[in-house]
Ligand binder design. Structure first.
Ligand SMILES: Cc1ncc(COP(=O)(O)O)c(C=O)c1O
Length: 455
């Protein structure tokens, strides 16, 4: 009889399906890896099982112990499944933006679920990372699965997801596309694939508001801001996220994620979650920029069943502004042209003095200067901060370094305006980078000017 011995043996070997409708306007073949076909309905079954097995082997998890994890739900499902078979207790700590379905599903497995506020810093004692750490210490036989820093997480994908894809594609995979949450999926799978063929391009997908894109482009850790799509993007850099294997990052908005999620099920019958929509949206944007026909494989991390009251609810979509298209196809480049951008940006550098900055601002009639160090954007100095500095104890010959504001976000000229509107809710400045060069900055007033005269 061809039967699994227990549910954990049914993890993996998920289908790979060619996209037709969504990818119809790109030359490349776009293949979708349906991870919701796993028994816990997500890609996270794989690392969850690996984490438990590795902890058993190392002795960190003892019979009758308690598995504790900070999880947005899917890792919890995988851990709960493993715990049910292997006889462990589970406590899961979740941020409060997670869907009700996910919380209820974990409770169905008999797990204890603790909900924590999203709007606190990761090192705040109320954050879900900190609460999970504390609970693991306090619970008898407690073991913190620690998916953000546990090497078993990427290892699961190195051992299983990578080889599976290599086999399913007969080695004819050119581009691997994955969302990045803990980074386990992209890091482990990409490591394996690049070992087979170093020419395979690895593309990470990041939601606007996450710090990954800015970090990848500038090496700076900027401030995260909130977004609604669940499961990917971060406000910290986990040690399971290995950027060495990533060749490019494509950014997606909540709206793109949700619209593509809805299209996936309506046009292709693929009932996947919001990060899957984001992954496909990003993969297609990437494919649109290619001038050759390649085989692109995209990981679809979880199931649509967990988002019925959000992405698949028209009222929720409309209330959050995801159903109408306000800005049409307007791009950052349209804003640059409207403001008569010359492509030349006046900048300052770490070590320059406040006096030099004031002189440059006066000379060019500008109120803010990007800080660039050896071609890398470090932040921004603006006249309000210069004034505060001088009105306080600051001197003209102090270096500008202490005045550098890092609340900026990087955009490309081809980014759509709908994509970046959210960023301004956090009063950031947009640094426009084209091919690695800073070509302009866009302030809130530039954006207001543009939308009031064009819409
Ligand atoms: C729905 C969803 N999408 C994407 C991801 C990202 O996967 P990874 O953590 O391997 O980067 C996760 C991880 O929890 C997830 O739950």
């Amino acid at each position: 009889m061809n039967a699994a011995n227990h549910i954990l043996e049914a993890i993996g070997n998920t289908p790979l399906v060619l996209s037709h409708s969504l990818a119809r306007n790109v030359e490349s073949n776009v293949y979708l890896k349906l991870e919701y076909v796993n028994p816990g309905a997500s890609v996270k079954d794989r690392p969850a099982l690996q984490i438990v097995e590795d902890a058993e082997e190392s002795g960190e998890l003892q019979p009758g112990g308690t598995i504790v994890e900070a999880t947005s739900g899917n890792t919890g499902m995988g851990l709960a499944m493993a715990a049910a078979i292997k006889g462990y207790n589970c406590i899961f700590v979740m941020p409060d933006k997670m869907s009700d379905e996910k919380i209820k599903a974990l409770r169905a497995f008999g797990a204890r679920v603790v909900v924590c506020p999203t709007a606190v810093e990761p090192d705040d004692p109320r954050s879900y990372y900190s609460v999970a750490e504390r609970l693991a210490e306090e619970s008898p036989g407690g073991y913190l699965a620690n998916q953000y820093h546990n090497p078993s997480n990427p290892r699961a994908h190195y051992l299983k997801t990578g080889p599976e894809l290599w086999e399913q594609t007969d080695g004819e995979i050119d581009v691997f596309v994955s969302t990045m949450g803990t980074g386990g999926t992209i890091s482990g799978t990409a490591k394996y694939l690049k070992e087979q063929n170093p020419d395979i391009q690895v593309v990470g997908i990041d939601p606007i508001g996450s710090i990954y894109y800015d970090y990848f482009k500038t090496g700076e850790i900027t401030e995260a801001h909130s977004y609604l799509v669940e499961g990917f993007g971060e406000d910290i850099i986990p040690t399971t996220m290995h950027f060495d294997y990533v060749d490019e990052i494509v950014r997606v908005s909540d709206k793109e994620c949700f619209q593509f999620t809805r299209r996936l099920v309506r046009e292709e019958g693929i009932f996947a979650g919001g990060s899957s929509g984001g992954a496909v949206a990003g993969a297609i944007k990437y494919a649109e920029g290619l001038d050759e026909k390649l085989n692109i494989v995209v990981i679809l991390p979880d199931s649509g069943a967990r988002y019925l009251t959000k992405i698949f609810d028209d009222d929720w979509m409309r209330e959050n502004g995801f159903l109408e298209d306000r800005w049409g196809d307007a791009t950052i480049d349209d804003i640059l042209q409207a403001k008569g951008s010359s492509g030349e940006v006046y900048t300052t550098a770490p070590g320059e003095t406040v006096a030099q900055v004031i002189e440059r601002m006066k000379q060019h009639g500008i109120s803010q200067l990007p800080v660039v160090d050896d071609g890398r954007v470090k932040g921004l100095v603006n006249e309000a901060d210069v004034l505060d500095h001088l009105l306080g104890d600051g001197a003209h010959d102090d270096p500008v370094d202490d005045l550098v504001e890092t609340r900026f976000a990087v955009v490309a000229p081809t980014d759509q305006i709908g994509l970046i509107g959210d960023i301004f809710q956090d009063e950031r400045v947009l640094m426009v980078m084209d091919d690695g060069n800073l070509v302009d900055i866009i302030s809130k007033i530039d954006f207001i000017d543009f939308v009031t005269s064009h819409f």
